[in-house]
Design a protein around this ligand. Structure first.
Ligand SMILES: Nc1nc2c(c(=O)[nH]1)N[C@H]1C(S)=C(S)[C@@H](COP(=O)(O)O)O[C@H]1N2
Ligand SMILES: [Mo]
Length: 244
């Protein structure tokens, strides 16, 4: 080996090592400030940590863009979902009177809320864009209760770090951190564009998380669980943190 190429190799080695330790340092700092996302392991892990940490430092309180009424998409574009189950059809036949949202985990008062219970909380309306990771999006007005109000009423505990939310659709769930769970734009949405939330758009109840990609806005939700650690990341095809 000639001395030159050897020096080159050493330099490259240093560069690689510096790059790696840069990531390692970033990870340590992220960890200290609670900025490590739950999918930090694996080959995309360091990248996920940097994305999440950078977004959270910059955007913990930032707002998703809201639009004017004239910008609402007509017609909106619904993603395809699996056909609702027999259980869903039964609930639908009854006008969703028996629909319940369970709230459990790290809350002082676990609860089971009907849609009417949820509608008694403060109402917030917002016109935001929902963007699918596949590239399409639409703008709609969503009407519902800020998730934060329901969590506070249930006595969310300070140890809670995430809220897991599940759909009546089997094996469909996601989770968000407290920055999104307590964020004023995160809604338990039961209405859309001045009508009830249509089933194709997640009715009777959907979590709208407008600061993240569409797959975090789970349709037909029946259960919220506050937790300090995630046993599973969710439906899981994509990154856990999908901030936009
Ligand atoms: N229960 C449930 N929620 C879901 C989905 C689903 O298939 N089932 N699809 C997700 C995805 S990938 C996207 S992009 C949005 C699409 O929302 P839309 O149907 O209102 O367009 O819903 C999300 N929520
Ligand atoms: Mo999507």
């Amino acid at each position: 080996m000639s001395p030159v190429s050897r020096r080159t190799m050493i330099r490259r080695g240093f560069a690689a090592a510096a790059g790696l330790s840069g990531l390692a340092v970033a990870e340590r700092i992220a960890d200290r400030y609670g900025l490590v996302p739950p999918d930090h392991g694996g080959i995309y892990g360091p990248g996920e940590t940097l994305t999440y940490a950078a977004q959270r430092l910059l955007t913990r309180r930032s707002l998703a863009r809201e639009f004017s009424r004239s910008q609402v998409s007509n017609p909106p574009f619904a993603n395809e979902t699996a056909p609702p189950s027999a259980q869903f059809t039964r609930l639908q036949a009854d006008g969703f009177k028996e629909w319940r949202l369970a709230i459990d985990g790290l809350v002082a008062q676990p609860a089971s809320l009907s849609l009417d219970d949820i509608k008694r909380f403060p109402v917030r309306r917002q016109i935001t864009e929902i963007a699918c990771e596949e590239g399409w999006s639409y703008i709609a007005e969503w009407i519902g209760t800020p998730l934060v109000d329901v969590l506070r009423a249930a006595g969310i505990m300070p140890q809670a770090r995430y809220v897991v939310y599940r759909s009546i659709q089997p094996n469909w769930w996601e989770s968000i951190d407290m920055a999104d769970a307590l964020h004023p734009q995160t809604l338990l949405a039961y209405a859309m564009n001045d009508g009830d939330l249509p089933v194709t758009f997640g009715g009777p109840l959907r979590l709208r998380v407008p600061r993240q990609l569409g797959y975090k806005s789970v349709k037909y939700i029946t259960r919220l669980t506050a937790t300090d650690k995630l046993e599973s990341l969710g439906t899981g095809e994509y990154a856990w943190y999908a901030g936009i």
